[in-house]
Design a protein around this ligand. Structure first.
Ligand code: WQD
Length: 337
């Protein structure tokens, strides 16, 4: 039996493929290379010492999805990463996001619901909670009106999967990520942002390497200890491992519900200034930055209550912020060398 990883050459997808291969899974990757490259496949092979199957398929092409499932009729589990993820772009071009993120999901599920049984892991986001009232955030915190079409595709995705599971043999795990950062410790794979990074950590590493002049810190007048926003930064390798555990749970039929939801974070919130200070420590250099105005749409604080993932899933993030930032820095230095 094979496990399909869509978006398997992307940031979180590639790290998950490595962990699956390490655990002995047979993996087939679908990726349309819209935000990735074939070099990533080579990186995966160098780390794992094994070669996954690879198909360049665009999941928006319904016929191509059908053809894929005819060819790979032994796919029993799917981890679905393939999606567009830039919040700002989604506001400017909502239909692109609805087409990319929703159509592809529907076509995948249409194939899976024909199977006698299917296991599905969905790449969701803490963005579904918006600004939660209670910290740390549990899975029971209410889902709030999405702040962007991107966020809405994650909420809708969760609902589409839940509705499908009710009327089919689909079992699914919805994984709500907090802020994934870092790279594989081997520096063979990592994050490859296109253009100017929107996320904090790639912007920091690109500034430190000299690609950007300085980091803009978006606001220091928030109601937090140092005035900057709080997030839960989780090492991408820890995150990747959670997908393997979730899939094993479904394959072993240990799930208590057809749909289970887990927060994936460390449980610790860090401010932007703390991230900068920690980065300066691990990289042993000063990071040029200036405080600017708030960024529209930013929430003040978000960090996970990880009790459910720890006890039910039996998974816990192990890496520290230092280790995660240090791996991100190692990766940045490697790709610019
Ligand atoms: C982190 C903090 C910024 C850049 C991300 C995804 C979003 C969702 C949740 C997936 C914030 C500050 C950033 C910079 C800064 N994930 N910052 N200067 O906002 O939590 O959102 O995670 O679904 O889609 O984008 O992450 O890395 O953009 O920002 O000061 O140049 O860093 O204000 O406080 P965020 P981020």
């Amino acid at each position: 039996m094979k496990t399909l990883v869509t978006g398997g050459l992307g940031f979180i997808g590639s790290h998950t493929v490595v962990e699956l291969l390490n655990e002995g899974f047979e993996v087939v990757i679908i990726d349309n290379l819209s935000n990735s490259s074939m070099d990533v496949l080579e990186g995966i092979e160098r780390i794992a010492g094994k070669k996954p199957w690879f198909e360049n398929v665009d999941l928006k092409d319904k016929k191509a999805v059908q053809t894929f499932f005819k060819k790979y009729d032994d796919v029993a589990g799917v981890i679905h990463f393939a999606a567009s993820k830039a919040v700002g772009e989604s506001v400017e071009n909502p239909l692109l996001y609805y087409e990319n993120n929703i159509n592809s999901l529907v076509y995948l599920l249409q194939e899976l619901q024909q199977k006698p049984e299917a296991s599905f892991i969905f790449s969701s986001s803490c963005t579904v909670y918006g600004q939660a009232e209670i910290m740390p955030i549990t899975e029971n915190a209410p889902v709030q009106q999405a702040m962007s079409p991107y966020g809405n595709t994650k909420q809708m995705g969760e609902e589409i999967i839940t509705d499908t599971a009710k009327v089919s043999n689909l079992n699914a795990v919805l994984l709500r990520y907090f802020n994934p950062i870092g790279a594989h410790p081997s520096a063979e794979i990592g994050e490859l942002p296109i253009g100017v990074p929107q996320n904090l950590v790639p912007f920091i590493t690109q500034t430190a390497i000299g690609l950007r002049t300085e980091l803009s810190v978006y606001g220091d007048d928030y109601p937090t200890s140092d005035g900057t926003c709080i997030r839960d930064y989780i090492h991408v390798v820890d995150l990747a491992k959670a997908h393997v555990v979730a899939l094993q749970r479904l394959f072993a039929k240990k799930n208590l519900d057809k749909i289970e939801t887990f927060n994936l974070g460390t449980g610790t919130g860090s401010s932007v200034l703390e991230v900068i200070t920690t980065f300066e420590k691990v990289s042993n250099q000063r990071l040029p930055y200036k405080i600017v105005g708030r960024r529209e749409g930013d929430i003040v604080s978000a960090y996970a209550n990880t009790d459910k993932a720890n006890t039910v899933l039996g998974w816990k993030a192990k890496s520290t912020l230092e280790e995660a930032l240090s791996s991100a820095w190692k990766w940045e230095k490697k790709i610019r060398s």
